[in-house]
Each structure stands twice: as structure tokens, then as C-alpha cells.
Design a protein around this ligand. Sequence first.
Ligand code: CMX
Length: 468
Amino acid sequence: MLTRFRPAAARMVCGKHAKKFIRAFSSEASLKDVFSDKIPKWQKEIADIKSMYGDKVLGTCTVEQAYGGMRSVKSLVYETSLLDPVEGIRFRGYSIPECQKVLPKAPGGEEPLPEALLWLLMTGDVPTDSQVKNLIDDMNKRAVLPEWIEKTILNFPKDLHPMTQFSMGILACQKESQFAAAYQRGIKKSEYWTYCFEDMLTCIARLPRIAALIYRNVFKDGKITPMENKSDMSANFCKMLGFSDANFIELMRLYLTIHSDHEGGNVSAHTCHLVGSALSDPYLALSASMNGLAGPLHGLANQEVLRFIKQFKADMGSKQITPDSVKEQCWKVLNSGRVIPGYGHAVLRKTDPRFTCQAEFAKKHIKNDELVDLVSLMYEVAPQVLTEHGKTKNPWPNVDAHSGVLLVHYGLTEENFYTVMFGVGRALGVLPMLTISRALGFSLERPKSLTTEAIKKSMEIMYPHGHT
Ligand code: CMX
């Protein structure tokens, strides 16, 4: 059973450490064992980098960047994923197509299991089928929500935005934070991660139930199936939302996987990292992160895309949709001072591979769907319009440009819910990184801010004759 056992290294381990070591390299090893085993190596790597290069310059920040949202300033360490402007995201070095290939899948499924991605993000390793199965079993045990939280969510006003409800639902779970309780009792810094890990898994496991309660209460009759915690996270989630189509469940696996992580500088990831750096527990950090995701320039763009597409269809009435009419609609939006949602990106400079894999899913599973076809037509037209418009640095589509029409195809038509689904996925990236931050002892975030007056003064001293 010890398929990942490394005999040479194992021989060096003896006594009380041997049991822990063997546990960590067994194909049955739990995520916590494997993660725990990695920590000393990562800590040493960072200590070595700091001692060798601690005083070397990694990047600079210009005045333009300070005013411009710190775009591209290299000042964060984020281990789970890295974004290349042209190629797109890599999760621990694996591109999306590579993840689709190597990560374990559900029986009969073709898309990666999000739980497998969680393992990859936490450890850098592709897990075995049995490791993922054990992780799913563990998460299912943690997934049950306390009754008072279920009742609280069902009592929220139906016109409270689902993202606000989602953030509040996560915050309610904070009552049971093991990290917060342990910190109050008094724990050593070296123990922080283990409580953070427990909160991370419990929090992620509970998100599908929180989200499904919101969905059923706001958009349906408030009736929800009892807790579904027998299958994988995506299948459970779909069933609690009220969907049983096998292709929709596959889509959910892909959806949660690709929405998980997008390196550290985006608003939701950075917020989680920042709030967690104050040793706020994972529930507090994730709830804050979700408030950032709820902004229209970030996660809320997926609901805005569907609004845009629906409005476009309504404006067209019975007229035929053509590249020219799509172009005209794009200009209408731009000329009214709004952005074309789902297009552009702060880092990417090509089509987002998260868009591409959704387009490929549509090609494989969906035929003759007006809205899916419209998204394809938008892809032919919008980049050219945005290029002519001349403002955005990236005229290509991002993840949000495609996700909504796929959900509509399977009957999930309520666009105000879409960012909640993004949030369930995003937790699979930002909470593992939060746990890694505690394991590696990352510091409180405290960048230096300046006033405009201070910038002016410092520039006048550095450039007394003006800058040429
Ligand atoms: N439509 C119209 N104008 C756009 C645009 C778009 N899709 N994308 C960027 N621009 C404009 C910006 O508003 C900005 O204009 P001003 O100079 O007047 O302020 C200019 O182009 C330069 O912006 P940029 O450097 O190319 O882009 P930013 O890094 O500032 O912003 C983003 C990135 C994603 C917020 C922006 O492209 C945008 O608003 N896109 C539409 C909303 C969207 O799809 N968001 C989702 C992103 C993915 C996610 O986080 O989920």
C-alpha cells in the first residue's frame, strides 16, 4: 500500500519519526500528514533564500504604480499558483489542460475533482485516487452545518444579495473556529497551521451547503434536500441546488477547479492573505475575501456578463444576431461609459485559459444553444472593438465571459447567484494558501503608504530640476 514510499529517504528516518514519515508517504496518507511532512523543507528553502538574497531587489514601484493599484509590483509571496500574462494560470506548475489530464476524477468523469486540486495546491503533489477518496470522506464528515446557521440563512431577507448572504454565512461559522479558540487558549507559533488547517477543511466542506441554502431560499421555494454529504463536493452541491444532470455535475467539477486560484494579487486572494496575516482565523479571512469578490470589477463580473447578454438579446427582439449587431451593442456599452464585462484583465494579455476550457466543454457537451453561440460570437467581435476603443491593455475574454451561459444551459438561470459559485471555488485556492502562510510563519502585512504631499516632496528632493 506504500505506493509513494521513498525507501532511500525512509532509511534515514528512525525512532519516533518513522511512523509519521511512513504515514506521510503512504498512498493512504491524509492531506494533513503529507502537508505536515513538507513544512520543514519549505521553511528551510525560504530561510536559505532570505539569507542568500534577503537584501536584493525583487522589483520596484513607480509613482504611476502607487497610484495605479500597485499593478505588477512584486511584493507578495503566494505559493499555490502563478499567473503568466500570456499562458495563463498554473496551479503548482500545472496548466489547466495538464490538471484535466493528471488529477483524479470521479468514476466515469472526465473533469478533475476539485478536492484533487485542493490536494495539489496544498502539497505540490498530484494525489492518488485513494488519497482523494479519503479527503472527500473527511470533508463529508465536516460538511454538516449547525442548525442555527441553517435557520439564520433561511431567515435572511430574500432581497439581500446572495454574496452578502454568503459572506455572512461564512462569518457565522466562525463561532466554531478551532484556530481562534486555540489562540485564546495560548498556542505556539509552530502550531498555528494545524488549527488553521482544521478550519480550512471544515470551512470549505460547508460552503456548498451554505450556498445551496441561499439559492433555494432566494430563488426557489425555500425547500432544500437534507444535507448531501455522500458524494464528492461538486455532486453534493449540485444535488442540494436541485440539479441531477450528470453533465452539470461534471461542469461543476470543472467550474470549481478553474475558479480556485489565480495567484496572490487579485482582490479576493490578496484580501484573504491580508486579513489572515493579522492572525484572523480562516472564516474571518474568507468572509472578507468574498466581500472583495463581490465587486463588479472582480467576481461579480460573471453576473454582469449574463445581464449584458440577456439585455442584448432583449434589445435585438426578433432581429437576427449578426457580428455587426454584436459590435453595435458593444459600442453602446462603451459609449455609455461602462465596461464590457468578462473582457480585460489586470495581468493576462491573451485569452484566459479558463475561458478556453469552458468553451471546449461547451463544444463537447452543448449543441444549438443561442446564448452559448452568442458568447462565441462575442469572442469574434469584442476583442476587435476593445482594441479600436483603445483603452484596455487586454481586449481578450476572462473566466467570467463564459461561465454564465453554461449555467443557464443546465437551468441555473439566476445570475445573481453566480458569484457565490465563484466564491465556493475561490475558497479552494485562498484557504490552502492561508494555511501555508501560517505553516511558513509569513508576517503581518504592512506596506508603507504615502500621502500625495509626501510623494511630491520626495520627488522634488530626488529630482530638483524635474525629471526628463
Ligand atoms: N471594457 C471597457 N473598458 C475596459 C475594459 C473593458 N472590458 N477593461 C479595461 N477597460 C478600461 C479600464 O476601465 C481603464 O479605463 P480608464 O483608464 O478610463 O480607467 C483602461 O481600460 C485600462 O484598464 P486596464 O489597465 O486594461 O485594466 P485594469 O487592470 O485597470 O482592470 C479589469 C482590469 C479586469 C478590472 C478590467 O479589464 C475590467 O473592468 N473588465 C471588465 C470587468 C471584468 O470582466 N472583471 C472580471 C475580471 C476577472 C475576475 O476577477 O473575475
